[in-house]
Design a protein around this ligand. Structure first.
Ligand code: G4P
Length: 524
């Protein structure tokens, strides 16, 4: 197969949802269809139950599972599919944001009864920022749920994206009869089944046969619904989907294996193969012959005696080859990898080569940071791996004076891995750790102790936001920094960050220093 065909047959995407909407179940069903696994229940839920916030065994278990299921690759009808898993727990949202930077498209799962929930809204914000094409799967139609038109309105309003249903549900809960595939014009009758796939029947919606299959009432309702659908939602324009303006919507029940085939078949037809990527210097096209890629995730070894890690690299252009020298742009060093791995369903294989769209795992002894670029020599830096202002902040202090070095090293490596963000207050030189949620502090403390033998202590502080600041006027920026010296910090890359105590203080700063711009993400 030629190089271009290899690129075109790749679909690399993420499945995202609010916890419990059905992401794990859908992932598993897609793997079942793809023949990558053979029994339901093979994909372990990559989530920490709410009750387990202080259960460190649970954290370790989660880390073990998430490395195994971080990327699930399989072939289906000649297409190479790579599903990137994202942590379900919202305290690890930053990890999910970064994984999204490696996705060429996403599938959003929504619980039909609950509609659009908080986490989905946040994740969609990231997709919008990056203009990632989005497909929506409305799950749990086997339960009594809202009217599908209301669900669509909610998705449109809450996710701020146009919608276009490609399948249509017939009833829900006890009256759930099946799904009409608007795109392919066929009907699948609902049969709850954990393992098998219900075949669809070709059928004219106007035919008597429809009444025989689903009864007069449901048949008439479906005809009315479809008429309205045609009026309100004209034919899907793929370009609009690719430009992230419109999301195709599918209905189904992941648990019952229903509506998944329709989703997968359409997904393969519509979803983009690897897309061009922006760097600080230029746009990289996937078809370019020279290899480029970036690190979007780093996973520490589960064994505390071996402090090696796996760096997950998304290939953006060219062919990656085993045992070949590549430039690690940040350090300027050449590196070669003797055992790069590909992730097939839940196992890893050493590979000789990989193509754009693929994710490979590189053995890392501490050289990589999130966002690092690898090339054949060109000095490029891929964009689009921003840090977001954390939600919670604490000072981190050394609790064992004999282990200061271990603590410093542990903190540095955990930050490189992207476990949380660190800011150094420029006034008192104290280290501040910023997270999305409490669980991250617990993970850091646990891992520092078990992997680095270092003890830390947290000191509470009240901070509202960390804002990256900039200005076109150097003098104005310096003046601001001087006036706010106590609240100025540097992030891991040495950028200036203003630590605002409250929304009021931030507002005041914005009003008083109109020449200074305040950003809630590190990339602007
Ligand atoms: P998540 O990864 O998005 O957090 O969700 P997950 O797939 O784990 O699903 C959350 C719960 O919803 C699970 O039940 C799952 O069985 C159920 N579920 C998923 N899809 C459907 C569906 O189409 N219909 C119905 N009725 N339920 C669905 P659980 O009781 O929390 O877990 P489990 O004990 O069944 O694993």
């Amino acid at each position: 197969m030629g190089y271009i065909e290899e690129i075109e047959r790749r679909r690399t995407f993420g499945i995202i949802s609010h916890p419990d909407a059905g992401k794990t179940t859908l992932t598993e069903k897609l793997l079942l269809f793809g023949g990558a696994i053979h029994v339901a229940g093979a994909v372990k839920s990559n989530k920490i139950k709410k009750s387990a916030t202080s259960d460190f065994m649970e954290i370790e278990r989660q880390r073990g599972i998430s490395v195994a299921t971080s990327v699930m690759g399989f072939e289906y009808n000649g297409i190479k599919i790579n599903i990137l898993d994202t942590p379900g727990h919202q305290d690890f949202a930053e990890d999910t944001f970064r994984t999204l930077t490696a996705c060429d498209s996403v599938i959003i799962v929504i619980d039909a009864a609950k509609g659009v929930e908080t986490q989905t809204r946040k994740l969609m914000q990231v997709c919008r920022m990056r203009k990632t094409p989005v497909i929506v799967f409305v799950n749990k139609m086997d339960r009594p749920v809202q009217d599908p038109f209301d669900v669509l309105d909610e998705v449109e309003k809450e996710l701020m994206i146009g919608v276009n249903p490609l399948t249509w549900p017939i009833g829900s809960g006890d009256t759930f009869k099946g799904i009409y595939n608007i795109h392919k014009q066929n009907l699948a009758l609902y049969q709850p089944s954990i393992q098998t796939i219900t075949p669809a029947i070709e059928l004219d919606v106007e035919s008597e046969e429809l009444n025989e299959k689903i009864g007069d009432r449901a048949a008439n309702k479906l005809r009315e619904d479809l008429e309205l659908v045609r009026e309100v939602y004209p034919n899907l324009n793929r370009e609009e989907y690719l430009a992230a303006k419109v999301a195709p919507v599918f209905f189904g029940s992941a648990l019952n294996n229903f509506g998944i085939r329709e989703l997968l078949d359409c997904f393969l037809e519509l979803a983009p193969s690897p897309l061009p990527r922006e760097t600080e210097q230029r746009v990289v096209q996937p078809e370019e012959p020279k290899f480029t890629g970036f690190v979007f995730k780093i996973h520490a070894n589960m064994d505390p005696n071996h402090r090696d890690r796996i760096a997950f690299v998304k290939i953006c252009s060219g062919t990656f080859m085993r045992n070949t020298n590549y430039l690690h742009v940040r350090s300027g060093k050449n590196m070669k990898f003797s055992s790069p791995t590909a992730f097939m369903a839940s196992k890893k294989d050493v590979i000789d080569e990989a193509y754009p769209g693929d994710i490979i795992g590189l053995h890392d002894t501490g050289s990589f940071k999130i966002g690092d670029t690898l090339t054949e020599g060109e000095k490029l830096q891929f964009k689009g791996i921003p840090s977001f202002s954390p939600e919670q902040f604490k000072y981190i202090e050394n609790a064992d004076p004999m282990k200061a070095k271990q603590l410093a090293k542990g903190i540095e490596q955990l930050m490189d891995e992207g476990v949380a963000q660190m800011f150094v207050n420029q006034f008192n030189n104290r280290k501040i750790i910023g997270t999305v949620g409490q669980l991250q502090f617990e993970v850091i403390e646990f891992r520092l102790l078990h992997e680095y033998g270092a003890k830390c202590r947290w000191e509470e502080m009240s901070l509202y936001k960390a804002c990256w600041i900039e200005s076109d006027d150097d003098k104005a920026l310096e003046e601001f920094k001087k006036h706010k010296a106590q609240y100025m910090a540097k992030d891991k890359d040495g950028r200036d960050v203003f630590l605002a105590d409250s929304s009021y203080i931030l507002q005041m700063a914005q009003d008083n220093y109109p020449k200074v711009r305040f950003h809630f993400t590190s990339e602007f």
